[in-house]
Design a protein around this ligand. Structure first.
Ligand code: FES
Ligand code: FE
Length: 352
């Protein structure tokens, strides 16, 4: 079975980097849609593979191996001309289908059939560009609030972590760090929340927790105290999500208004390699009044910056998917189940 390339031919670099079929056959975010404008070739790195992203004049985004089949030069050092990628070495032109349309040293000869780029699956969804280096086994996860106009959407990041992507996801689905890592925002260090027992189940869309209740003195961009009920979800090994139902509270954590608003976050991780990743998020909220998007984003910058400092410090860098390593308390059930879920999927890359 050909697990590497969507196209029928493979780059010679396909044996470099990650060979884990679970990750190669999954969709990964490599940027925001707004990162890529027509007329420029952008280099990106995913699972130790060098790629280019470019947008053709029809608006379609393309993700290719950063490699020219002729002599192996990097297409990311080339440019766009007449809606084609031009290799910087001998000037071969590749159109948006990946076919070579011009060899300048023999302009009157039709290029050989094998003269093609190495394209991968490329889809824009939720304001992100997603790619799959293999044969996708599932669709891109559903972000439930994306199509609901009652929810305002705010993208934040990118947050570059010198850390393992699975460690970053596990941090995102962990509620007991709030009073310490996010003191004064998502928790109170002098009065940490007692976490009541919760459950985690495996559903069609991944792993999902029941609600986890916490008090947040500065619970969102509105700067108000909130009682928050988190439902955590891991859609994919490197795509997390939470839905946070909130109630207005006083400074002591007593609910003063029990109407429920909802604040959700899609958390995407680009695994650059086993110990480096890029986090990009999209929040969706139906809170009223609507907060200033700039405040939502700047609050996310603070929170994810705090998380980054901790996640980068964790050792070993690769997450132990084997539960014999590290300790698992009942309050860590979501993280514990996440590790077992990775292990059961057969993931070998980026885990120990
Ligand atoms: Fe790309 Fe020769 S290496 S045109
Ligand atoms: Fe955090």
């Amino acid at each position: 079975m050909n697990l590497i390339a969507v196209s029928s031919h493979q780059p010679v670099t396909a044996e470099d980097g990650c060979q884990d079929p679970v990750l190669l056959n999954d969709w990964h975010v490599v940027g925001y849609s707004t990162d890529f404008v027509a007329g420029t070739v952008y280099p990106v790195r995913l699972l130790e593979r060098e790629l280019i992203v470019w947008r053709s004049a029809d608006g379609q985004v393309h993700v290719w191996e950063d490699l020219c089949i002729h002599r192996g030069a990097r297409l990311s050092k080339g440019w766009i001309s007449n809606d084609a990628v031009v290799c910087p070495y001998h000037g071969w032109n590749y159109d948006s289908s990946g076919a070579c349309t011009l060899m300048p040293a023999a302009p009157d000869e039709p290029p050989m059939k094998k003269a093609k780029a190495f394209p991968y699956g490329a889809v824009e969804r939720y304001g992100f560009v997603w790619t799959c280096l293999g044969q996708p086994e599932t669709d891109i996860p559903v972000f439930p609030e994306w199509v609901d106009e009652a929810f305002m959407k705010v993208h934040s990041g990118p947050y570059v972590y010198a850390a393992n992507g699975f460690r970053a996801v596990e941090n995102f689905i962990d509620a007991s760090h709030f009073p310490f890592v996010h003191a004064g925002l998502n928790g109170v260090m002098d009065k940490p929340d007692r976490l009541e027992p919760y459950t985690v189940e495996e559903v069609d869309t991944g792993l999902r927790s029941s609600e986890v209740r916490v008090f947040q003195p500065w619970g969102d961009a509105r700067g108000m105290p909130l009682v928050a009920f988190y439902t955590y979800h891991t859609f994919r090994p490197l795509v997390g999500y939470f839905s946070k139902r909130t109630q207005d509270a006083d400074a002591q954590g007593q609910v003063v208004n029990d109407h429920s608003d909802t604040f959700t976050t899609l958390f995407t991780v680009q695994p650059v390699d086993a110990v480096n990743c890029i986090v990009r998020i999209c929040a969706a909220m139906n809170v009223s009044p609507r907060p200033d998007p700039a405040l939502v984003s700047s609050r996310a910058d603070v929170v994810y910056g705090q998380d980054r400092g901790i996640v980068e410090s964790q050792r070993p860098q690769r997450i132990p998917a084997d539960l014999r390593y590290e300790l698992h308390h009942r309050t860590d059930l979501m993280g514990q189940r996440y590790r077992s879920w990775l292990r059961n999927k057969g993931i070998r890359y980026g885990v120990i």
